[in-house]
Design a protein around this ligand. Structure first.
Ligand code: UFG
Length: 344
């Protein structure tokens, strides 16, 4: 019988792409999402890609009763992928309690409900933000966890610790935290993608919206970093590659191939690219000219980070396959498709 996976936050950017890959692999998917940063139309996009829809519950993971009743209605749930959380770094500085309530409260509830229902396997959506500015690059999973630069980053650190503590207390859960680097791009069909609210904070949606003419120009935050061209460097990973890492992680747990009850893996490409390289590659692959100007550094930004992916490759038998050009091309296709649809 097909395995059933519960995906919290499955309507969001990474959650929806992950849902698609699980459905394509023959899993049953149940989504719980409060639509706090997504919309119900995402289900149509998933349907267009997969020819089926996941089971969807408009449920907030911080609501114990609602979350519990989903598990009671679906005793077949034995694996959970936990995405549901707020994710804007800047907003978390302005409204820390919003982040603590949702990200930590949701994690706590989920662990409680999993325990009560004997649900065993958990994959948690963590972030390379837990490393801060690493002393050594590429950064390995052994790098020290540095003091978080934002409440958002702090919630990722605390959630990892919560999972570890609960497992140590003899709970029969085993978990994998995937530390994502910078997810970008969209499904190749352009039926789902990243949908930021308002003015995008992240680089790629700002780039595609600028190229489309919605934003006047891209501001590049700083060209005086200690990097080859002076702009900041990140490890940009295609969201579909990232989605596939979740399948590898869940299968490792289901097949009891995990070496420990709590494991962490870097999920990146292993390559760093600067902001200017992103701009140039985008211009090349899309034949669009991008207006940009260099401005001062953005507060809280780190200089450079990219992943050592050796452990994920070896243990998860997973590697990122899509190129930066693929990622940027898919992001541009998605922006165009999305705008065309809303302009109709
Ligand atoms: N950048 C610009 N102009 C913009 C937006 C971004 O120059 O308009 C630059 C940033 O300064 C940074 C790079 O592009 O150097 C990437 O910025 P993003 O905002 O896209 O991504 P971050 O690396 O800042 O943040 C991402 C995720 C966070 C996560 C963090 C971990 O958005 O959720 O990585 O490092 F916590």
């Amino acid at each position: 019988m097909a395995e059933t996976v519960l995906v919290t936050g499955g309507m969001g950017y990474i959650g929806s792409h992950t849902t698609v890959e699980f459905l394509n692999k023959g899993y049953n998917v149940i989504i719980v999402d409060n639509l706090g940063n997504s919309s119900i139309e995402v289900l149509d996009g998933i349907y267009k890609i997969c020819g089926q829809k996941p089971v969807f519950y408009n449920v907030d993971v911080t609501n114990y009763q609602q979350l519990s009743s989903v598990f009671k209605s679906h005793p077949e749930i034995n694996s959970v992928i936990h995405f549901a959380a707020w994710k804007a770094v800047g907003e978390s500085v302005e409204q820390p309690l919003k982040y603590y309530n949702n990200n930590l409260g949701g994690m706590s509830n989920l662990l409680q409900v999993m325990q009560e229902n004997g649900c065993q396997n958990l994959v948690f959506s963590s972030s390379c933000t837990v490393y801060g500015q690493p002393d050594v690059l590429p950064v390995t999973e052994q790098a020290p966890i540095k003091e978080a630069l934002s409440p958002y980053g702090f919630t990722k650190q605390v959630c990892e610790t919560m999972i570890k503590d609960v497992i140590a207390s003899n709970m029969s859960v085993r978990a994998i935290a995937l530390r994502y680097f910078n997810p970008i791009g969209a499904h190749k069909s352009a039926e789902i993608g990243e949908l930021p609210n308002g003015v995008p904070n992240n680089l790629i949606p700002f780039v595609t919206q600028t190229a489309y003419g919605i934003r006047k120009e891209l501001m590049i935050f700083g060209d005086d970093y200690n990097t080859p061209d002076g702009t900041a460097v990140r490890d940009y990973i295609h969201v579909t590659d990232l989605a596939l890492a979740h399948i590898a992680a869940i299968e490792r747990l289901i097949e009891s191939r995990n070496a420990n009850d709590f494991e962490v893996f870097n999920v990146g490409t292993g390559t760093g690219n600067s902001v200017l390289e992103i701009v140039k590659t985008f211009e090349q692959v899309t034949a669009q000219k991008l207006n940009y100007k260099i401005v001062g550094r953005r507060a809280g930004d780190i200089e450079q980070v990219w992943a050592d992916t050796a452990v994920a490759e070896r243990e998860l038998n997973w590697t990122a396959k899509l190129s930066l050009a693929d990622s940027l091309e898919s992001a541009w296709k998605w922006e165009n498709n999305y705008r065309k649809n809303i302009e109709k």
